[in-house]
Design a protein. Structure first.
Length: 493
């Protein structure tokens, strides 16, 4: 649908009698605003009615009028604007549309079936928890049910008991901008936002807030729409930009953050420059090819002046200028001093469940009663150094990395593989070359036998914790620390 700035741009154009400025995104050939009554069903009150040349008017050729719907609404078959059905997370505790309404509207509103709380008079906010009483400033009043949850989450910390260092306002995002799926833990994003709604740091008045919370997971297009929404609907964005501050908090909880949801061609500080051939070939690896428009510096994850904070699992600050190029690029795009790392939840890749960690840990008080307890704590271990994982022979599979400088790029995993067979080193390579590579090498490689990295970490003194193959988040230090194997980190440079 057309963004809200189209409406403002069209109004300015009519008043001034001139064409729109080039900095304003334009709908194709939208010439004139019309009264809503001239469009089908008044555009469902979720869009604007515009007049277009008959050549592009399509089904509305006779009236020369059609609805341009404002996100997240979409044009229906009848020409009006309607809200799509809210997508549900594929996993996790949120399994009905009513439960998508945060806090079940605190008992002060009705969930409309699409994740939006229709609050009773006198209450507002994403969860109907904000009110004004006695002529004072807005305040947050949780239902008894939500108060109990807040007390459990905050270990009994009372709201207003002391001066809190910061305050966070939770934006009233439309449902389709705060719900959906990511490659990891879509339910975790939702639960974090529920905790923020109950947290003592939550502000009732956006004018008094230090930070602004953009709820929910983010695909590339969804994040861009979410940030544009905040910039258009509230003055806080421009106020923080004018001070050179990043005050809007958005979640990109996956292995590579922006690199998992944005076209790699967009993650550059100079979008107007031509990408090197290796970068162009890397476009097939991205997950958001529909979002090809260039991003302005306030929005772009790669920009050092972006106006939002990334809550991410990956703290690798990988912005650099590859050899032979003049533009700085990144995949994780972590900015030190601005972005925040959140650890992966248990029971994800390379991170066992809490129960498994308790059972396996050499520090567990119950571990010593098991037959292997003394061996786990013994001074000597079978191996000096252990790593198990995929070791690709080169970085040719990851040309989009900012650390890729051509065929001779340093590749630390290949360097580690050369230590295989050396005394004290146990290196297990689970990489199986694809058929075309096996044919070129003249080999008939078979899958390597599976090895339990938890078992091996119990028998090694040092455990290697490199970034992922494509520089995803390194997490193996979590189990290795529990198992008494000293984690050995390696950074690209």
């Amino acid at each position: 649908g057309a963004p809200a700035q189209w409406l403002a741009a069209a109004q300015r154009s009519q008043k001034a009698g001139t064409s729109r400025r080039k900095t304003i995104p334009e709908p194709p050939q939208a010439d004139q605003l019309l009264p809503l009554s001239e469009c089908p069903q008044r555009c469902g009150l979720r869009g604007v009615c515009v007049r277009r040349p008959s050549a592009v008017a399509g089904a509305h050729k006779r009236s020369h009028a059609l609805c341009e719907c404002l996100a997240p609404a979409r044009r229906s078959g009848g020409g009006s604007c309607m809200m799509p059905r809210l997508p549900l997370p594929a996993a996790g505790p949120r399994r009905s549309y009513e439960e998508q309404c945060p806090g079940r509207c605190n008992g002060r509103g009705a969930c409309d079936g699409e994740g939006f709380c229709r609050c009773e008079p006198g209450w507002w906010g994403l969860d109907c928890a904000i009110t004004m009483s006695g002529g004072g400033p807005p305040s947050i009043e949780l239902s008894d049910r939500e108060k109990r949850r807040a007390a459990a989450g905050a270990a009994g910390q009372a709201r207003g008991a002391h001066r809190l260092p910061v305050s966070v306002y939770v934006y009233d995002l439309p449902p389709l901008l705060r719900a959906g799926e990511t490659s990891f833990e879509s339910w975790f994003d939702f639960e974090l936002s529920l905790q923020m709604l109950r947290h003592p740091l939550r502000a009732a008045d956006p004018a008094a807030a230090d930070f602004f919370w953009l709820m929910g997971p983010s695909s590339g297009a969804q994040l861009v729409d979410k940030l544009h929404w905040a910039r258009q609907m509230y003055p806080a964005w421009n106020a923080s930009v004018s001070r050179g501050e990043a005050r809007h908090l958005a979640m990109l909880l996956s292995e590579r953050g922006p690199g998992d949801v944005f076209d790699n061609m967009l993650l550059t500080t100079s979008p107007g420059l031509r990408a090197a051939p290796a970068r162009a070939a890397a476009a097939r690896h991205n997950h958001s090819k529909r979002n090809r428009r260039w991003l302005d510096p306030e929005i772009s994850p790669a920009s050092r002046t972006r106006a939002w904070v990334q809550l991410t699992h990956n703290g690798l600050a990988d912005a650099r200028t590859p050899r032979g190029e003049v533009a700085e690029r990144c995949v994780n795009c972590f900015h030190v001093g601005k972005d925040i790392v959140l650890p992966f939840t248990p029971s994800t890749i390379d991170v066992p469940s809490c129960e498994d960690l308790r059972n396996w840990s050499v520090w567990s008080p119950t571990r010593g009663s098991r037959s292997t307890g003394d061996a786990d704590r013994s001074a000597g271990r079978e191996h000096l150094f252990f790593f198990g994982g995929r070791i690709h022979p080169s970085l040719e599979h990851a040309r989009f990395l900012s650390y890729y400088d051509g065929p001779g790029s340093p590749h630390v995993r290949a360097d580690i593989l050369r230590l295989k067979g050396e005394p004290g080193f146990f290196i297990h390579n689970s990489f199986l070359p694809p058929p075309r590579m096996r044919k070129a090498l003249g080999t008939k490689a078979k899958p390597a036998p599976r090895v339990s990295h938890l078992e091996m970490e119990r028998h090694a003194s040092f455990c290697w914790v490199p970034p992922g193959q494509r520089y995803g988040d390194a997490r193996r230090h979590v189990p290795s620390s529990f198992l008494g194997c000293v984690p050995d980190f390696t950074m690209p440079e």
